[in-house]
Write a protein of this length. Structure first.
Lengths: 476, 30
């Protein structure tokens, strides 16, 4: 298993030092030197050498010179090797993976608190989106709206089970939350009333299909919601094909003007227009750019996750086209950024200089331990994607968490418990992926969803390439 | 001459310094 990931993208030769997170843009000679150097390091390790002369190791570089003699001069290879070895000494190249023991000790010792709840405020919807995992909002069950009493108990549970943590997050989700709007407002007011006495600060968020969006909703959200997610798939024909009303009419013309106004009122911040692409619009970069051309600055268009039997599901044979689209999108984003009309694309956002510690990167999203979904009748699930799967029901707002075994299984789920993740270069950016996707496709939360993994790896490559291109543009 | 480093980073330094204060979510996550 290599300790680096090398790839070419948009004319750049990029090297990710997997275990340190350092990223290097290299020339061709270095790109070709690196695998030979890694083989040399591996060989020296196995023979428990390099030979030393005084304090300095002496490496036998002749095989490397020999292998590259047809392409590069000896001087070029020598100076490249020297730079590589400087980076190795600085801990930014061929860094070892020292994390497995650390994460196991961490997970054994940590006491998790609940940080976030997803309130299924309405298991009902006024649209009939064809790909909806909630099946017109009902989640394989019955239509239902969350009562204020159930929501109140959920917030009380969150306050009580969040320990000393101050910042708490509550997402209003569905179905369509605006079908139960008064309860949303009442729960926000109740949450605010808990802040001072319990030293808490709530960050409320809302996802909506836009049908019932109006001035009053926008005004309230602008005051109270830290983030709003506005569902739209892109071009009108794409959106209307997948997001019709129950009688078949499309919803694009109704929601777009409202979204444009909402984003303007929020100063193009603290929102996402969020779409889903499917087998039917594999040219989804056009949908992303359509949303950008409408003026939106915070955009996410994400691959549908569906059983292969669905006509709209992403298939393995779709992958090359999707990877090509990500490349097209990345290049266009660089162009627009340089022209002063850039936008954010959720899946290309990456922080190469900051980002969280290695424990967070390895332990993942927090589902089942720090994050729970609450049904309209008050049952707890590990996350919104598990709602309706009865074997994952963890408890309820009256009795608390009853299935501590489920909590523990999610708490011990990390990159090293997932066979497919251990050798993946993207593991520190993806954190083992989505437990629900893994379970739906492999029957095990420690499994993986292969198509999703391939797309994720490509997105990480594109995100890093964009950083490289923009860094180059800002030099001088 | 051969290498431009985009970030001087080493995740190993974060092994010692797990506070658990982060939000639920990872790659772009105070």
């Amino acid at each position: 298993m290599s300790l680096i990931h090398r790839y070419e993208s948009n004319g750049y030769h990029i090297v990710l030092d997997i275990n340190s997170g350092s990223v290097h843009v290299v020339d061709e000679v270095t790109y070709d030197v690196l695998p030979l150097l890694e083989a040399q390091i591996e060989e020296e390790k196995q023979q428990a050498k390099a030979p030393r002369q005084g304090d300095a190791p002496v490496h036998n570089d002749e095989p490397i010179y020999e292998a590259l003699s047809g392409r590069y001069s000896r001087e070029e290879v020598a100076s490249s090797l020297e730079e590589c070895r400087t980076l190795i000494e600085q801990g930014m190249l061929f860094t070892e993976d020292i994390y497995q023991d650390a994460i196991e000790a961490y997970e054994g010792a940590r006491q998790t608190v609940v940080k976030a709840l997803c309130l299924h405020i309405a298991h009902d919807c006024n649209l009939a989106c064809r790909y909806c995992f909630a099946e017109e909002g009902e989640y394989h069950g019955r239509r239902a709206l969350m009562s204020f009493e159930v929501g109140k108990k959920a917030l009380d549970f969150l306050v009580k089970n969040s320990g000393a943590r101050k910042n708490l997050e509550v997402d209003f989700f569905g179905g369509e939350p605006l079908l139960n709007w008064q309860v949303v407002k009442d729960l926000v007011a109740y949450g605010r009333s808990l802040e001072e006495p319990y030293n808490k600060k709530f960050r409320f968020t809302l996802t909506t299909n836009g049908v019932l969006l109006n001035d009053e909703v926008m005004e309230f959200c602008n005051r109270e919601m830290g983030n709003v997610v506005l569902s739209i798939d892109g071009r009108k024909e794409v959106h209307d094909r997948m997001r019709p009303f129950r009688k078949g009419a499309g919803s694009y013309d109704l929601v777009v003007p409202k979204y444009i106004e909402f984003a303007r009122q929020r100063n193009q911040e603290r929102y996402y227009v969020r779409g889903t692409f499917t087998h039917h619009n594999l040219d989804f970069s056009k949908d992303v750019l359509h949303l950008a051309d409408l003026g939106f600055k915070q955009i996410s268009v994400e691959p549908v996750v569906a059983a292969e039997s669905e006509d709209y599901a992403i298939r393995r044979e779709d992958i090359p086209k999707i990877l090509e689209e990500y490349d097209l999108l990345a290049k266009e984003m660089i162009k627009r950024e340089k022209e002063g009309r850039g936008f954010n694309f959720f899946h290309f956002m990456i922080d190469l200089t900051g980002g969280p510690c290695v424990y967070k990167r390895l332990s993942g999203c927090g589902s089942g331990t720090e994050y729970l979904a609450v049904t309209p009748w008050g049952d707890f699930y590990p996350c919104h994607q598990f709602v309706g799967e009865e074997s994952f029901c963890m408890g309820n707002v009256d009795e608390g968490i009853l299935r501590t075994d489920i909590k523990e299984s999610f708490g011990h789920c990390n990159v090293y418990t997932k066979e497919a993740c251990r050798d993946c270069f993207a593991r520190f950016y993806c954190s083992g992926g989505c437990a629900a996707n893994a379970w739906h496709f492999s029957g095990d939360i420690n499994g993986n969803y292969g198509i999703g993994c391939e797309l994720q790896r490509k997105r990480v490559e594109c995100a890093i390439m964009i950083k490289a291109a923009l860094a180059e543009g800002s030099e001088g | 001459k051969h290498i431009v480093t985009l970030n001087t980073k080493n995740l190993q330094t974060t092994v010692k310094k797990g506070c658990g204060e982060c939000q639920t979510s990872v790659g772009n996550q105070e």
